[in-house]
Write a protein that binds this ligand. Structure first.
Ligand SMILES: Cc1cc2nc3c(=O)[nH]c(=O)nc-3n(C[C@H](O)[C@H](O)[C@H](O)COP(=O)(O)OP(=O)(O)OC[C@H]3O[C@@H](n4cnc5c(N)ncnc54)[C@H](O)[C@@H]3O)c2cc1C
Length: 391
């Protein structure tokens, strides 16, 4: 268990259970702690998995919880088969490759199972997709094929209960207003991303719960949850250089950035300026407060935040590296395909070329006038400053 730390709709667990049963084998469950750098994220994970081992003992009397740096290779001794959650990002692929090597050496069967997406990446598409438009129908047309419920009536963990509570709160209180979810001064997004990251809830479970209600905003939410999220999985799967500045976006974007590399930057800030809320822009500083103090950032502000880092860095590569570092360290939902894809999007990935302007070239531009025109953005600033005062 490396990515989906749950019972309900855990296809890896389900497949392993069935395989063991059908082949009269003993099931051993090894929970591998996720890759994290921020103690807050580790705490979020641990708080939500306090009873995971206990709940897994309902399936096997041999459950182990191990650190990533453990010499887990010894645990593979004498196994017949290994079932593992599919790896998408570099650190998970490295772990997977080590396991694969050992399995090959020891002639152990190795199965990978995708539990964190609705439609498995290779079933959705056989290539890197250009945009949401090119992948949308490919995914949506297969929803019914993969809407499968397993391990439905088993006791669930604290993390799963918490994810369901957050989902219920969203459905009851926010879904009706989801058409306003872009406004950072309001609170109409689901806040499900950290639970999705650790696989405390499956997109299939979310879909099933939404199916019970009728609401005209459902489609817009499912577009984010399924199409946008799985476009991000498509991106990191088919583009092994998804995390390298030089290879993560499109040729038109590189060409344009090269033409504007020498444009004068009115402001240059460092990473330290950002984390000390030390820029001239109150909206950006408020977004940084949200990030540093809460481990979240409103989805609209994430776009604005990264666009400003592009505007205020000495070059594009530095901007990319700062954005990725802050994203993965501070966000509880960081270190996910969504994070790499969201930052790459700010550099043109899955987007189109826009009217040329200084520094941004043909990359989509965002400024504070947009925030002021569209939203009650001052309310967002007040809210964040209150969070900061409350420490
Ligand atoms: C620069 C930048 C960085 C980002 N970094 C991350 C990150 O580290 N981790 C992360 O999970 N998301 C990231 N996103 C995508 C998006 O902003 C978050 O998923 C969203 O804000 C999470 O809040 P929510 O669960 O309340 O969203 P909701 O609006 O309730 O959406 C429901 C779910 O849909 C998915 N989703 C929503 N928007 C997107 C999107 N644009 N792309 C892909 N999936 C989406 C998420 O899984 C989300 O939980 C980033 C976007 C940008 C522009």
């Amino acid at each position: 268990m490396t990515k989906s730390f749950r019972i309900k709709n855990n296809y890896s667990l389900y497949e392993a259970l069935n395989y063991a049963k059908n082949n009269r084998l003993k099931l051993e469950i090894i929970v591998v702690e996720p890759y994290e750098e921020n103690p807050r994220n580790i705490k979020f994970f641990e708080d939500n998995t306090i009873d995971l081992v206990e709940k897994l003992k309902l399936f096997s009397d041999d459950v182990k919880y191990i650190k990533r740096d453990n010499q887990f290779i010894d645990l593979l001794e004498d196994l017949n088969s290994v079932f593992i959650d599919k790896a998408y990002l570099r650190f998970d692929i490295l772990l997977f490759d080590r396991i694969k090597k050992e399995c090959l050496l020891r002639k152990i069967n190795l199965f990978t199972v995708e539990s964190n997406v609705f439609v498995p990446v290779l079933m959705a598409s056989d290539k890197e997709e250009y945009s949401a438009k090119t992948i949308r129908n490919k995914i949506n047309s297969k929803i019914n094929d993969y809407r499968v419920s397993v391990l439905d009536n088993m006791p669930i963990t604290i993390g799963e209960k918490e994810a369901l509570r957050v989902l219920e709160d969203f459905i009851e209180r926010k879904l009706t207003n989801y058409h306003l979810h872009n406004d950072p001064s309001l609170d109409y997004t689901s806040l499900l991303s950290p639970y999705l990251k650790y696989g405390f809830i499956s997109p299939v479970t979310i879909y099933d719960n939404l199916a019970k209600v009728s609401n005209e905003n459902k489609e817009a939410f499912l577009e984010e949850l399924i199409v946008r999220r799985e476009l991000a999985y498509n991106f990191v799967y088919f583009n092994p250089t998804y995390d390298q500045f030089k290879y993560m976006t499109y040729d038109w974007a590189y060409k344009s950035m090269n033409q504007h590399l020498k444009d004068e930057r009115l402001y240059i800030y460092t990473k330290e300026d950002y984390i000390n809320f030390n820029t001239h822009d109150p909206y950006f500083n408020a977004a940084m407060i949200e990030m540093v103090y809460t481990g979240r950032m409103h989805s609209y502000m994430r776009m604005y935040w990264c666009k400003k880092i592009i505007e205020w860095s000495k070059d594009y590569q530095e901007a990319y590296e700062i954005a990725i570092e802050l994203n993965n360290y501070y966000f509880i939902d960081g270190f996910t395909p969504n994070g790499y894809c969201g930052v790459a999007w700010c550099f043109g990935k899955h987007d189109r070329a826009w009217t040329e302007r200084p520094i941004f070239g043909k990359l989509r531009y965002m400024n504070d006038n947009g925030l002021k025109r569209k939203f009650h953005i001052e309310d967002y600033v007040v809210k964040m400053n209150e969070i900061r005062k409350g420490e």
